[in-house]
Design a protein around this ligand. Structure first.
Ligand code: RIB
Length: 301
């Protein structure tokens, strides 16, 4: 069966340690036991959409190693089509080093490994999937030229989560092919070339200045701003005490197209995404924390 959502992006093995507080430069801290968890922004968004009931195909690269085999198996256990998740001999899989603070916030360093080897030729091989999917979901843990090509080749709605934000901003060609851009406040500031932090009042102005379709700015516990040609709408988030915020942004991005494919407006889709994102903060880890629709309701109480 054809995929409804094509995800072009990263798959990483997350090496996670709980700490009271992430270390400052030059500081050493002691943490908890090391946990190995499937992650990567692309794979997380793919799993998020699949758990919400969507047919998803993953286009990416893993290493020809134990981590890569585990990441592939994990995606397949969520019934994600991995035909175009290729193995890269002689290159390690992507690895993310994650420190999770006791307040649920985190710091992440990504070693891209095989993700950096995704090529435009790989997309050409997956072109029928990109052309027929209702939505293509993109992030920036694979090469920027490949993300730009994927946006161009997509036949459906293009949703771009510009994470991590590239220092030089985004190519105009990528923004021009983006229907919905989903930055957080830090990413929006980087794209607009202004100093952090960006508060919601200025976020709407900055978002309006970007040459793409619509912008949904995620505001963490404050919810999200939908900035589209009809105006600006603030969507509050459910009030929760986070356990671990890892992948909350990814589940938000996976939930948006889930609701759009059901025919919801962008505003209604953002309300759903804010609920799914908040529910994701209630459990630890990236992919283990991604909820089904019934879990969203249970986790939010
Ligand atoms: O967004 C969370 C993800 O960022 C983690 O799973 C990690 O792999 C990095 O890609």
């Amino acid at each position: 069966m054809k995929a409804e959502i094509a995800v072009v992006g990263s798959a990483n093995l997350d090496l996670v340690v709980d700490v009271a507080k992430v270390p400052l430069v030059g500081e050493t801290v002691l943490g908890g036991d090391l946990r190995r968890i499937p992650g990567g922004k692309g794979a997380n968004q793919a799993v998020a959409a699949a758990r919400l009931g969507r047919r998803v195909a993953m286009i990416g690269r893993v290493g020809d190693d134990d981590a890569g085999n585990g990441l592939r198996t994990s995606l397949e256990s969520d019934e994600i089509d991995t035909t175009h998740l290729l193995s890269t001999p002689g290159t390690p899989s992507g690895i993310a080093f994650i420190a999770v603070q006791s307040d649920g916030d985190n710091s992440i360093i990504v070693s891209p490994g095989a993700n950096a080897h995704l090529s435009i030729d790989d997309l050409v091989a997956a072109e029928p999937t990109l052309e027929s999917a209702a939505v293509t979901l993109l992030q920036l843990e694979v090469p920027l030229n490949v993300v730009t090509a994927a946006a161009r080749m997509s036949g459906g709605t293009v949703i771009l989560n510009p994470a991590p934000a590239p220092p030089g901003g985004l190519p105009d060609a990528l923004l021009a092919h983006t229907d919905v851009l989903v930055p957080n406040q830090t990413e929006l500031a980087a794209l607009a070339g202004v100093d952090c932090p960006v508060y919601s009042t200025t976020a709407a102005d900055l978002a309006r200045g970007l040459p793409c379709g619509s912008v949904v700015v995620t505001l963490g516990a404050d919810g999200a701003l939908v900035v589209d040609p009809t105006g600006v709408t603030h969507i509050p988030a459910p009030i929760v005490t986070p356990v671990d915020t890892t992948a909350a942004g990814d589940s938000f991005c996976g939930a948006l197209p889930d609701a759009q494919i059901r025919g919801e407006t962008l505003t209604a889709a953002t309300e759903w995404a804010a609920r799914v994102g908040a529910a994701t903060t209630q459990r630890a880890g990236a992919q283990p924390s991604l909820p089904t629709p019934s879990e969203v309701e249970q986790l939010l109480g």
